[in-house]
Write a protein that binds this ligand. Structure first.
Ligand SMILES: [Zn+2]
Length: 140
């Protein structure tokens, strides 16, 4: 590793910790995992998984990183609010309703799941303000 990589990794971790604190999900467990997506809140375990594939972020990856992380944080906020086991049941209930053809016009248990729509809107709505903030702080 060269110093520049160490700094970039630190900056990424600083963004993660700032967002976790801001959205009050500091108590959610995190672990590293090799995966394509930047982050994934595992509703089966209540653990936030962070990808090891992007130890440092390229400029072109920052937007997707922020949207994904904020989307997943929204799930973690819901899990904190309801308890993650209950939130898992709530998520699955909606998925099953869609799979069972009980929701008019909805066909995809994942993409049409109201919890997914809500989380994605949350990510899309909030990423830019954080982008600007982190940019000012020279984190990106
Ligand atoms: Zn999601």
């Amino acid at each position: 590793m060269i110093l520049n990589e160490l700094i970039k990794e630190t900056q990424k971790n600083q963004m993660v910790s700032t967002l976790f604190k801001h959205y009050k999900v500091e108590s959610v467990k995190m672990k590293y995992k090799s995966m394509k997506d930047h982050a994934y809140f595992n509703v089966e375990t209540g653990v936030m998984e962070i990808s090891t594939r992007y130890k440092t972020l390229k400029t072109s990856q920052v937007k997707e990183f922020l949207i994904t992380l904020i989307h997943e944080i929204r799930h973690a906020m819901d899990a904190k609010k309801y308890g993650w086991r209950k939130f898992k049941d709530m998520w699955e209930y909606e998925a099953n309703m869609i799979s069972g053809d009980h929701v008019k016009g909805k066909t995809d248990p994942y993409a049409d799941n109201p919890h997914e729509i809500e989380a994605e809107e949350f990510g899309q709505k909030n990423w830019k303000q954080w982008y600007n903030k982190f940019k000012k702080q020279n984190l990106i």
